[in-house]
Unconditional design. Structure first.
Length: 599
């Protein structure tokens, strides 16, 4: 085999891979780029997952591409690992369709019907029609069909080039001897794995195996172990796609490897164990492109049939192999939900953004409460925890802000655009809640380090205010999570009460300073806390009012605020009075307490 044949073979492989990619991309575009949404929505049972994975992979001609999509869905939290297993099993079946398509490239003849159905005729006709669609058609859908046809033609030409490059090997004794080496199961499997790992395409490997079979020296004994190895080697691009994903994304990629690995091990043991006693006659059968396609399909279907009842066990195994650390279970970063592929579907992207922001809101709420608790019971570990969680909350703001800004450039309905606007405003308010949690924690740390404490009277007053702040942030986060406007309405009257409480505490604090009941060094931390509590209430109000305005078409914020100032809103007055009864300050001391010189 000379240098010309080698270059021709490599050129054929290149054209084959390019044609397959071109055809798959055209098919995805022709489907309206809805294949991903179909995968996401129609996987309620494992059987549906297998059927869907088979169908989608048969369309896009790549089990790796289907599996990479699924890794993205699981990484984004939109699909469970158990759902992914069925789709990946189906993808392994669907990829065998390519082998049947490639059989067309071996139809040949010199006259009559055979000539019409020959590879050269089919490729030429499809290429001519495809280029006409691509260059003349005005509709995008027709141009996509043109891409499909051109990709198919290039794929067929690539196969012909590979077959032509190998034709001199028919009578080469060294090559025939090499093929017999593959009949050793171990060697055949290793060759299949390595070859497919390099090409990163099971379809390409099967295509080359079919090209080799045309030489007449490929037997079942050689083809079977290579076919088993091809499945394992095809896991390489899927494993590479999981780099940078979360633990569930890595588990999903591992499923692809385990699926083919288990199939290879099971059928190797079963087939060669039985053969040791029975001695199958068909091992020496000379393979053709069609028999290679049959072998590939039967092997993949049989593997899925054997593994299908063990989907739950496979799920448990990948969770055992890729374990979650305790802190990762507690702090799953919800911004992993923000997959770029969902930007093409605004309704889906908005839902994902809101889910991610729910995670941010919960963490901000927990951090504020954690910081407030430090005032009465300081802990260095909990203080550091506040700082760590603030970094995570900042990441949320960065990820969500960037994602939502990208979404604003997409075509959306008016309600969707309004939802995105609300989310963009709210993400800043939730991030500011985290900032004030840090401020409160810093104040607690300062009091602890300087061994400064407030008076019993000041602590009682602060406790009332702290409880009110706890409730306002609880109401805000809960109403945001549930889209509950009735709950959100309670935020503004509670904010007004918190402002009134802060004003009253400032007045009492000044009075104690004048009476000498406390020192100025205790006063600064006290005032800082009141400022942070006021700002927390204000940010909660921003979030709640934005929700009400967005979901109530008749809502007029300026009119609402005016009615509050004039006390003409009956519901507001009722809520304010109920909170006022709930958070009553203890009576202030009217004379100097000489026994206590602390604030």
């Amino acid at each position: 085999m000379g240098i010309t044949n080698i270059l021709s073979l490599l050129s054929g492989v290149a054209l084959f891979l390019f044609g397959m990619s071109q055809m798959g991309d055209g098919l995805k575009k022709a489907a309206g780029e809805k294949l991903e949404l179909i995968l996401y929505k129609l996987t309620s049972t494992p059987l549906k997952g297998v059927l869907l994975g088979t169908a989608v992979t048969a369309i896009i001609q790549s089990s790796s591409a289907t599996s990479v999509m699924v890794v993205g869905f699981v990484n984004a939290g939109m699909m469970k690992v158990a759902q992914a297993i069925g789709i990946i099993m189906g993808a392994n079946i669907g990829t065998s369709v390519t082998g049947w398509i490639l059989c067309l490239s071996y139809i040949d003849g010199s006259s009559g019907v055979a000539q019409i159905l020959s590879t050269a005729t089919i490729s030429a006709v499809v290429a001519i029609v495809g280029i006409l669609f691509k260059m003349v058609a005005k509709k995008v859908s027709m141009k996509n069909v043109g891409d499909i046809m051109l990709g198919f033609s290039i794929l067929m030409v690539g196969m012909q080039m590979m077959s032509g490059a190998m034709s001199p090997l028919k009578s080469d004794p060294d090559f025939i001897e090499l093929l017999t080496m593959f009949s050793n199961p171990f060697v055949g499997i290793i060759v299949g794995i390595l070859f497919t790992a390099v090409l990163q395409s099971a379809s390409a490997s099967i295509g080359i195996l079919q090209a080799l079979s045309v030489m007449g020296g490929m037997t079942f004994a050689s083809a079977f172990p290579i076919t088993m190895g091809i499945g394992v080697g095809a896991a390489v691009p899927v494993l590479l796609s999981s780099i940078g994903t979360n633990k569930n994304g890595k588990r999903t990629a591992l499923i692809y490897l385990l699926n083919d690995l288990f199939g290879m091990v099971f059928w190797s043991i079963a087939f060669y164990s039985v053969n040791a006693f029975v001695h199958f006659d068909f091992l020496d059968m000379v393979m053709s492109p069609v028999s290679i396609a049959i072998l590939n399909s039967v092997f993949r279907v049989a593997t899925v049939v054997i593994l299908f009842p063990f989907i739950k066990w496979i799920e448990k195994l990948v969770f055992l192999l890729v374990k979650d650390a305790p802190e990762e279970l507690e702090d799953f970063a919800d911004f992993d939900l923000l997959e770029e592929r969902f930007l093409a579907y605004p309704a889906l992207a908005i839902g994902q953004s809101h889910t991610a922001m729910n995670g941010m809101a919960k963490k901000a709420r927990k951090n504020v409460i954690r910081a407030i608790n430090l005032l009465s019971e300081f802990s260095e570990n909990k203080y550091q925890k506040v700082q760590e969680k603030e970094n995570l909350i900042d990441k949320y703001e960065d990820q969500l802000g960037t994602y939502l800004m990208q979404l604003t450039g997409r075509e959306m309905t008016e309600p969707q655009a309004q939802q995105v606007s609300i989310l963009l405003h709210s993400v800043s308010d939730f991030e500011r809640l985290g900032d004030h949690a840090v401020n409160i924690a810093e104040t607690a740390n300062e009091l602890h380090e300087k061994k400064v404490s407030f008076s019993e009277e000041a602590n009682k007053e602060l406790k009332v205010l702290e409880n009110a702040v706890r409730e306002i942030i609880q109401i805000t986060v809960t109403s945001f999570e549930r889209h509950d406007n009735q709950l959100a309405i309670q935020v503004e009257p509670l904010r007004e009460l918190i402002i009134a409480l802060c004003d009253e505490l400032k007045s009492r604090h000044v009075a104690r300073l004048r009476k000498g009941m406390c020192e100025w060094k205790q006063g600064f931390p006290f005032n800082n806390l009141l400022t942070d509590f006021e700002r927390i209430a204000a940010h909660c109000s921003n979030i709640a009012l934005a929700m009400i305005e967005a979901e109530t078409a008749s809502f007029d914020m300026h009119k609402y605020e005016k009615s509050i100032r004039e006390k003409s809103n009956a519901e507001y007055v009722r809520l304010y009075e109920s909170f006022e009864d709930k958070y009553k300050l203890p009576k202030a001391t009217k004379k100097k307490d000489k026994s206590d010189n602390k604030e």
